[in-house]
Design a protein around this ligand. Structure first.
Ligand SMILES: C[S@@+](CC[C@H](N)C(=O)[O-])C[C@H]1O[C@@H](n2cnc3c(N)ncnc32)[C@H](O)[C@@H]1O
Length: 443
């Protein structure tokens, strides 16, 4: 009826159609009937110009009737739906939020219910959201307590207030109450205390800590360099101490074993020889004067033609310090001038040298062998020069007694500490000995 009311043209067709039907029932063969049908056809042709062309003679009366039945439906439904939609819209506008929204809310609610069943985390999320809202309100207590002109809906404000008033307000059904200013402050204090509990301590003048981000550049800490330097220095000190300890250990071995053992030791472990000499150098450089330099100074005052044999020469410092020809002997070689051998047996002819030197090298338990070998290679009237630490001897007198029995005459001794040169010139002795005794041990 709505359709017909909107289109008078269609209305008239419908009237004619109804009339034709009635006439056809009353006068099935009448002329009025035919007339009406013709009119109907004409009207139909006029009213349906856009319909696809049909084959001639295909349209029966029933078809036409059928088409007419369908036609108003086709034209009327969209307009009806539009009208209905418009009316609904107007209604909705009057009522407030659109009906679709309420539907959405319903769907949302259902979804939430389902989620609540399957995941407990959503309720936690809901709590978080509520807490967030609480925080927002907390951040401005004045607003919370005094400001009535909040931009958000009042319901929101009241819920925030409820949340503040009770820690479990989000889940509790208890009636809400607003916090007093004092209560609110206490709560803030407690929160701050709780936070600081888990925060690393900061200096009081520093700004509150912000979460470190990737963009945050950490300024280089100068104390780190100092720490590294200190660590490096400590490492080298420790390494020095370790070397010192190993030197003392080797030194002890050289003094407490026969020279044959010492030779084996350095043959098997050449590194030990290097280490021993590093340790020796680091010790001896602390002394006010190196004994080898003292001996070199004395030899420089004598003729450079004198042949010198350096027993236990080390790094050939003596050979480097004088112009005399020097035979250098040692258990291992630190210098190409060294003849590697045990000084108990040196490859020299008898009575072939003018000066024999033992500078801190009377090591091993077979000292006697060394001194006899020196006596062998020294020319008659030759000079034996010995420099040794006092701790090397239990009794210096006994030692000197033994030396004289070997055919030496002690000719001089020096004793301004730390040097002690023991010697005494005696007539009739073929060989002389100058004895430089060091008062201080290796330290
Ligand atoms: C403390 S160092 C002194 C080095 C050098 N004379 C100096 O004053 O600079 C002692 C040296 O004597 C050497 N030595 C000890 N016993 C020896 C032996 N039986 N034969 C050869 N050399 C020996 C050691 O190998 C070492 O090089």
């Amino acid at each position: 009826s709505t359709c017909l009311s909107t289109s008078p043209f269609l209305f008239s067709i419908a009237c004619l159609f109804t009339e034709a039907l009635l006439l056809s029932l009353v006068f099935p063969q009448g002329s009025k009937h035919r007339q009406l049908l013709a009119t109907l056809r004409a009207l139909e042709a006029a009213s349906l110009p856009q319909q696809p062309p049909s084959l001639p003679g295909s349209d029966s009366e029933e078809e036409i009737v059928e088409r007419k039945k369908k036609c108003p439906k086709k034209t009327s439904f969209p307009s009806v739906s539009i009208e209905v939609g418009k009316k609904r819209k107007k209604k909705c506008q009057k009522q407030g939020p659109p009906g679709s929204d309420s539907e959405e809310k319903e769907v949302e609610r259902k979804k939430k219910c389902l989620k609540g069943i399957f995941s407990a985390s959503d309720s936690a999320e809901e709590d978080k959201r509520k807490k967030k809202r609480q925080k927002q309100v907390h951040s401005n207590p004045a607003q919370h307590l005094d400001n009535d002109n909040l931009t958000g809906p009042k319901a929101c404000k009241s819920s925030a207030t409820n949340d503040l008033s009770k820690p479990n307000a989000g889940t509790s059904a208890n009636p809400p109450h607003t916090l007093s200013r004092k209560q609110w402050r206490n709560r803030q204090k407690n929160k701050r205390r709780h936070k600081n509990k888990f925060r690393p301590p900061q200096p009081p003048d520093q700004a509150p800590a912000t979460a470190p981000t990737e963009e945050t550049e950490v300024p280089p800490d100068p104390s780190l360099h100092r720490q590294e330097d200190r660590a490096g220095a400590l490492r080298s000190r420790m390494a020095q101490r370790l070397d010192g300890a190993r030197f003392r250990y080797l030194n002890e071995q050289l003094y407490s074993e026969p020279s044959s053992a010492a030779r084996r030791l350095f043959q098997e472990d050449p590194e030990a020889f290097l280490l021993y000499h590093r340790g020796f150098q680091s010790q001896v450089k602390k002394w006010p004067l190196q004994p080898v330099d003292r001996i070199a100074k004395d030899l420089r005052q004598r003729p450079a033609s004198l042949v010198v044999a350096d027993f236990g020469c080390g790094d050939c410092r003596l050979a480097s310090s004088i112009r005399n020809p020097v035979h250098c002997f040692d258990l291992a070689s630190l210098d190409p001038r060294v003849t590697v051998c045990d000084m108990a047996q040196v490859p020299l002819e008898d009575e072939s040298v003018d000066v024999a030197v033992f500078c801190l090298s009377l090591m091993g338990t077979n000292i006697r062998d060394f001194l006899e070998e020196a006596n062998r290679v020294l020319k008659p009237g030759g000079l034996l020069k010995v420099a040794e630490v006092s701790s090397r001897f239990e009794d210096v007198r006994t030692f000197l007694g033994a030396v004289t029995k070997l055919g030496f005459k002690v000719i001089s001794k020096e004793q301004p500490c730390p040097w002690l040169i023991v010697g005494k010139k005696r007539k009739g002795f073929l060989r002389k000995v100058e004895f430089l005794l060091l008062c201080s041990p290796f330290c």
